[in-house]
Write a protein that binds this ligand. Structure first.
Ligand code: ADP
Length: 253
C-alpha cells in the first residue's frame, strides 16, 4: 500500500516536473522571439536617423545651396545625431536592465514650442520630396508626457504619412486638448489603408500588401513601436482611412 502511494506521488511529481520544464522551454522560446522582435524594432529606429544623416550629407555637397539651406541642413544633421545618441543611450539602458520594454519618464511639456520643434525637424524631408506639411495648434496647453517618446510617436506617424503619400499632397497635423487629454491628429492624402488592416498594421513586422512593401521600403515596425509607446503612456491610437484617398491617425494621451 505504501509503495503504491509513493509511486503515485512520484508519478505526480514527475508530471509536475515535466510541466515545469515545458513551461520553462515555452518561456525561453517566447523570450527569444521577443528579443528578436525587439532587436528588429531597434534596427528600424536606428535606420530612420541614419537615412536622414546620409541623405542630408549628400545634399550638403552640392555647390548650388544657399547659405540659409546649408545652415538648415547642418542643423538637421546635428539634431539627428542627437536623436541617434539618445536612442543608443536608451538601448544601452535597456540592455543593462535586461528589459525588452520601453520605459518612459513624464514631465511637463508646453504644447506649441514642442510640436513646432518636431515639425521643423520633419519638414525638410517633406520638402525634399515636394510634399507639404501643415501644423495647427488650436491652443497653448501643458502636457504631462515623455517628450522623447512623444516625439518618436509623431515622427514615425509623419514619416509614414510622407512615405505613403504622392508628390504635391498635404499632410495636416492638428493638436488640441479634449476633456483634459492631448489629441494629436495626423491626416494624409496618401494611398490609404483597407479597413480589414486597421488593427493588423499595429502588429510587429506587418506590412499590408506585399507589392507595397517593395515599393516603399520599411520593416513594418514603425507603428508597432508607436503603439507600444502610446500604451506606455496609458493612451490610445486610432486609425480611419479611405483607400486611395488618405488616412487619419489619432493619438490620445
Ligand atoms: P513600415 O512603414 O516600415 O512598413 P509601419 O509599421 O510604420 O511599417 O506600417 C505598417 C504598414 O501600415 C505599412 O507597411 C503600410 O502598409 C501601412 N501604413 C502605415 N501608415 C500608413 C499611411 N499613413 N498610409 C497608408 N498606409 C500606411
Amino acid at each position: 500500500d505504501f509503495r503504491v502511494k509513493l509511486t503515485h506521488q512520484s508519478r505526480d511529481e514527475l508530471g509536475e516536473l515535466s510541466k515545469s520544464i515545458q513551461k520553462l522551454a515555452d518561456d525561453l522560446e517566447h523570450t527569444k522571439k521577443e528579443r528578436m522582435e525587439f532587436l528588429a524594432a531597434i534596427s528600424h529606429e536606428l535606420r530612420t536617423p541614419l537615412t536622414y544623416l546620409s541623405g542630408y550629407s549628400s545634399v550638403l555637397k552640392r555647390d548650388d545651396l544657399s547659405a540659409q539651406d546649408r545652415q538648415r541642413y547642418v542643423s538637421i544633421l546635428e539634431e539627428e545625431s542627437t536623436r541617434l545618441t539618445e536612442l543608443v543611450k536608451n538601448l544601452f539602458d535597456l540592455a543593462q536592465m535586461g528589459e525588452t520594454t520601453f520605459t518612459i519618464s513624464k514631465e511637463s511639456v508646453q504644447s506649441s514650442p514642442f510640436f513646432s520643434n518636431v515639425l521643423q525637424r520633419v519638414e525638410p524631408s517633406f520638402q525634399l520630396e515636394e510634399k507639404y506639411l501643415q501644423l495647427s495648434i488650436r491652443e497653448e496647453f501643458e502636457m504631462f508626457v515623455d517628450p522623447v517618446r512623444v516625439e518618436q510617436i509623431v515622427i514615425n506617424l509623419l514619416d509614414n504619412a510622407r512615405k505613403y503619400s504622392p508628390i504635391g499632397s498635404t499632410t495636416r497635423m492638428d493638436v488640441f486638448l479634449q476633456d483634459g487629454l492631448t489629441v494629436i491628429r495626423i491626416e494624409d492624402e496618401g494611398i490609404g489603408i483597407h479597413p480589414l488592416n486597421f488593427e493588423l498594421i499595429f502588429e510587429k513586422l506587418v506590412r499590408v500588401e506585399k507589392s507595397r512593401s517593395r515599393e516603399y521600403g520599411g520593416a513594418g515596425l514603425g507603428l508597432a513601436i508607436v503603439k507600444e509607446l502610446v500604451d506606455a503612456h496609458g493612451g490610445r491610437i486610432e486609425v480611419i482611412s479611405d483607400v486611395g484617398k488618405g488616412s487619419v491617425f489619432t493619438v490620445i494621451l
